[in-house]
Design a protein around this ligand. Structure first.
Ligand code: GLU
Length: 471
């Protein structure tokens, strides 16, 4: 059986396990798990050397229970119909868990990104957007792409510009895509959002006394030994926030290999070393591991797969030593590996919850674009004035003036980035509690992945029930 079939099936196996614990109508469950629409198309691209190449693109819209649909666009040679369907399904559940009011979608272009010049990538991205627009697979109220593996703010700017040029006079056109540069309607904090959200999720777990006791670990992040696989956008920011919170990075992996050091690796020095030498290997003081996947077996407390799907499998799960597997990537643990890990007493903090910070802040960006005003613009000065009045009143009551620096800190009004980060922190903390409450109501029958799926299924089911479907 090819891998093509497997990823969407993996997601559905997890869905089915969770769904079996619910009392929902099987017809409704079947509707929820199906992928509603997939569009596969090809188009020619002129390479810089004058040759013409045929490029394959996809967009899958998994669920229309809420609109628009939402999810990233991936540039990778691994992209396939199965992959975009599976990732679109994960987006549906992810959005439901964090109350981002979207159905799930995902798209991709089958190219090896680094083999294309900037000009070629621009032509590919613009043509891809044009093809989506032609078939109504993009739009502020229809389907809203975002960055994913192999794409970033630059591609989103090209997409927004192409869409705008095709929709003259459409007031909300910029909301057709999120993860844009700030000057093109992006939002501060979006770039860091997925990694920051993963950090908040791990922090919630590490502060959960009951769970940490069961795992035989101390509460809190400080001192935890962490391995991160993948130093792309997500892996880099998770590593950064974990290190800042006092965790020790004992292993880091990239596609060319991995390095380990039980005494800890300094993230910025590793990133600089990789930039200068072209490889993560041969970092001073660290041991080289010949493959990226070897890092998954390093001795640590928390393993963070932050690269691609299908990393922890039946084959290597028995060798995983971490007590916590924090899924920053989408689908890094197969359903078979899940069973082995749970038999070993390890805990998987599932992707559908843990990496939802990206789409959460995408939601804030979309709202910003629709409201045409930066968050904080209306209230920042008013807040500062109110804080000054309070501090002034305190000073006159106590007869003591605060040092200027302290006064400035106390009276600071919230900027857009403050509000985004606070909204993200609240979202991740609340979703953790919701998933845990669901888990507790199943008397040990549901692990966190099942509880996250059940949370999502219940919320999506409400939409259908409110419409009177499946009475
Ligand atoms: N690609 C990201 C994800 O997998 C973000 C999606 C979005 O912001 O729409 O969650």
């Amino acid at each position: 059986m090819s891998k093509q079939f497997r990823f969407f099936e993996q997601v559905n196996r997890s869905f089915d396990r969770a769904a079996a614990l619910t009392k929902h109508d099987p017809r409704m469950l079947a509707q929820i798990r199906e992928c509603n629409a997939v569009y596969h198309f090809t188009f020619p691209v002129k390479r810089d050397d004058g040759s013409i190449e045929v490029v394959h693109g996809w967009r899958a819209e998994h669920s229309h229970h809420k609109l628009p649909t939402k999810g990233g666009i991936r540039y990778s040679y691994m992209v396939s119909e199965d992959e975009v369907k599976a990732l679109a399904a994960l987006m549906t559940y992810k959005c439901a868990i964090v109350d981002a009011p979207f159905g799930g979608a995902k798209g991709g272009i089958k190219i090896t990104r680094h083999e294309y010049s900037n000009g070629e990538l621009e032509r590919i991205t613009r043509r891809y957007t044009y093809e989506l627009k032609k078939k109504n697979f993009i739009g502020p109220g229809v389907d809203v792409p975002a960055p994913d593996y192999g794409t970033g703010a630059q591609e989103m700017a090209w997409m927004a510009d192409t869409y705008q040029s095709l929709s003259a006079g459409e007031l909300n056109a910029l909301a057709c895509v999120t993860g844009k540069p700030i000057a093109q309607g992006g939002i501060r904090g979006r770039e860091q959002a997925t990694g920051r959200g993963v950090y908040f999720g791990i922090r919630e777990l590490c502060n959960d006394a009951e769970v940490m006791k069961r795992l035989g670990l101390e509460q809190g992040i400080a001192g935890k030994r962490v391995v991160v696989q993948g130093l792309g956008n997500v892996g880099f920011y998770v590593s950064k926030y974990m290190q800042e919170a006092g965790a020790v990075l004992v292993g880091l992996a990239e596609y060319e290999g991995a390095i380990g050091n039980p005494d800890g690796l300094d993230l910025d020095s590793v990133v600089k070393h990789r930039k200068d030498s072209g490889s993560i290997l041969n970092f001073p003081g660290a041991t080289d591991l010949e493959t990226s996947s070897k890092a998954l077996e390093l001795d640590c407390d928390i393993l963070v797969p932050a690269a691609l799907e299908n990393q922890v499998t039946r084959d290597n799960a028995p060798d995983v030593k971490a007590k916590i597997i924090a899924e920053a990537a989408n689908g890094p643990t197969t359903a078979g590996a899940d069973e082995i890990l749970s038999e070993k007493g390890a805990l998987v903090l599932p992707d559908t919850y843990l990496n939802a910070g990206g789409v959460t802040v995408s939601y804030f960006e979309w709202v910003k674009n629709l409201s045409h005003v930066r968050f904080g613009r209306m209230q920042k000065r008013f807040e500062e004035g109110a804080f000054h009045r309070i501090v002034g009143a305190m000073e006159s009551h106590t007869g003591r003036l605060l040092p200027l620096e302290e006064r400035a800190e106390l009276t600071r009004g919230a900027s857009e980035e403050d509000l985004v980060n606070s909204g993200l922190e609240e979202t991740m903390a609340l979703a953790y509690q919701t998933v845990r409450t669901t888990q507790n109501s199943y008397d040990g029958k549901a692990n966190l992945r099942a509880a996250a799926f059940i949370t999502a299924i219940n919320k999506i089911a409400l939409c259908y029930e409110d419409l009177g479907f499946f009475p």
